[in-house]
Every structure is written in C-alpha cells, then in structure tokens.
Design a protein around this ligand. Structure first.
Ligand code: RRO
Length: 301
C-alpha cells in the first residue's frame, strides 16, 4: 500500500511536489495531481509583490546539479485570490508555502491563506538567496519566533522548511518542534554557492550564485534527515535530490514520512511522480513490504 498519512493529511502516495518547482498556477498544479503526485506545494507566497532575480533563474551546473536563484517572486498574498480559490478544484492535498520578513508578516499571510481550501501551511524560513540577508531558519530563536507567531493564528498544521545552511540543524529542528511545529520540511537548497562557469553551461544565474539541488545533494540530505529523525517526534517531509523510487524508499527509511520531489521534474518529466510510485511498488514487492508507512525511520542511526 503506497498510501501514507502525513500530519493528518491522507496521501494516496508519499510523493509531494516540492515548492518552487512549478509555480502557483492552479491549472498547472492540476496537471501535476493528474500526473500522480500525492500532494502539492505551490511556490512560496510572500507579503508584498516582488519581481525576483534577473534571468536566467535556473541553470544546470553539471549533469547532477541544478543551481537556482529565482528570488522569491510573488504577486503578494493579497493578489492571489483567483489562484487560491481554484485550489479547491485540485483533488490532492495542498501545502501552501508562505514567506515573510518578520514573524508578524508570516502570521498575517497564514491567517489569510487558510480562508481558502488548503490543507497545511509550509513556512519557508530558508530561502538561501533573498538578497536581504534574512534567513530565519539559520537561527533557533528566530525560527521559534516565526512558528510561535503563526501558531497563534493557525487552524491548519504548520511545517517550517529547514535550511542546511546553518551551524546546527538539530538545534533548529528541536526549537521548531518545541515552538509548536506540526511537521518539518527538510531541506531547502544548499548554498548559495558561487557559480563557476564551465564547459557545460554558457550562463550564470542572474543573481550570480544560487541554491544547489539535484542528485548531487541526495546523500548529504539523507544523513541530515536521519539525524533530525533521531531527535524529533513530529513527521518529516524529506526532500533533496530524490530521483527514483529507490531514492524515495531510502529517504523514508532514513526517517521521512513523505518525500518531496523537485529537481526530478526537470530530469524525468512531469509524470515523475507516477514513475517513482511504480518503482516504489516494485521495491515493496521485492522486499515484502506491505505498508510503506512501516519503513519510516528503519535505517536511522
Ligand atoms: O525563489 C527562490 O529563489 C528560492 C526559494 Br523561495 C527557496 O526557498 N529556495 C530556493 O532554492 N530558491
């Protein structure tokens, strides 16, 4: 059985579209649902309209690494009603991702978006290249402040998205849990790293550097998820370089209750969700696994 329960959400399978990959358009998100995703996370919605960084925003650094510096483009949460209304037509759970510049902004957006038919709120405290230096997720105190502010208004489960770009992610994860997070999303992209121009690419992201994703970050992500699983009780949405059913299975065994899929959409197409599910089913039958939920954390340290 591929179905999993994640933080009270019933998912037909554990694959979740990661935020930032396919925008916020309800029509496109409907296609992703039809392509087999168990849940969807639209691009993070911010407080005020913001244009984002110059193009190119997403560049392949090597065959297994993608660099992005999209720059949090958003129409601003008050200008999202048309799309947010249409999310009610999407047949799988929606995890609405939001970001702000202060705990109060997060709380205000969270209060607003939950008027629409969404199922969970992701707090993006971890974009690595906002350009204004704010990285709430690198600081346990600021992480707690954002979560506490949102918790006061939230009727839905809330899930901060953690960053690997911090001194001690275990401290951040515990702080998030203690502040009232219902789940953790781990992880956002690595970096930003300076972007060496090489023979594989002609262009540099418009921002000059960007967050790293793709298969090259998978093993490191797996280790971090396993470390977090060992210290928290709340469920983890694991993501970072998952390409195949085998990767998804390893991530669940490391401690993820559901698995985010992002860069794999670029590598394997929009139907990557169905492909990963088929591969997962094969592995389950080979390994005699009846319920996917039973493997979560099996290989943690
Ligand atoms: O928009 C972006 O450039 C971006 C965001 Br909001 C994020 O959370 N992570 C990322 O790698 N890029």
């Amino acid at each position: 059985m591929l179905s999993v329960e994640f933080c009270g959400l019933k998912l037909e399978n554990p694959t979740v579209l990661a935020s930032g990959i396919l925008g916020t358009s309800a029509e496109l998100l409907k296609r992703v649902a039809k392509s087999g995703a168990g849940a969807l996370t639209p691009k993070s919605i911010g407080y005020s309209p913001r244009a984002g960084h110059k193009n190119p925003a997403v560049v392949a650094l090597s065959k297994d690494t993608i660099v992005n510096a999209v720059g949090l483009p958003t129409p601003g949460y008050r200008n999202m009603d048309d799309e947010l209304k249409k999310y009610s037509e999407i047949p799988v759970p929606i995890i609405c991702s939001i970001y702000g510049s202060s705990p109060e902004e997060y709380a205000e957006i969270a209060k607003y978006v939950q008027k629409f038919k969404i199922d969970m709120i992701e707090l993006n405290i971890s974009c690595p290249h906002r350009g204004d230096g704010i990285l709430f997720g690198a600081d346990p105190v600021k992480t707690r402040e954002v979560i506490k502010a949102v918790k006061q208004v939230a009727k839905l489960p809330i899930m901060p998205k953690l960053t690997p770009n911090c001194k001690n992610i275990i401290e951040i994860a515990i702080s998030a849990q203690d502040a009232g997070a219902d789940a953790l999303c781990a992880l956002n992209t690595f970096g930003p790293k300076p972007f060496p121009v090489n023979s594989l690419n002609a262009s540099v992201p418009g921002f000059g550097k960007g967050g790293i994703s793709g298969p090259s970050i998978f093993e490191e992500t797996l280790d971090i998820i396993s470390d977090i699983y060992d210290v928290v009780k709340i469920p983890i949405l694991g993501m970072g370089g998952v390409m195949t059913g085998s990767d998804a299975m390893r991530m669940m065994k490391a401690g993820a209750s559901a698995v985010g899929v992002g860069s794999a959409v670029h590598y394997r197409g929009i139907d990557v969700f169905a492909k990963i599910c088929r591969e997962l089913k094969e592995i389950m039958s080979e390994q005699n696994i009846l319920r996917l939920e039973s493997v979560v954390g099996e290989n943690s340290k």
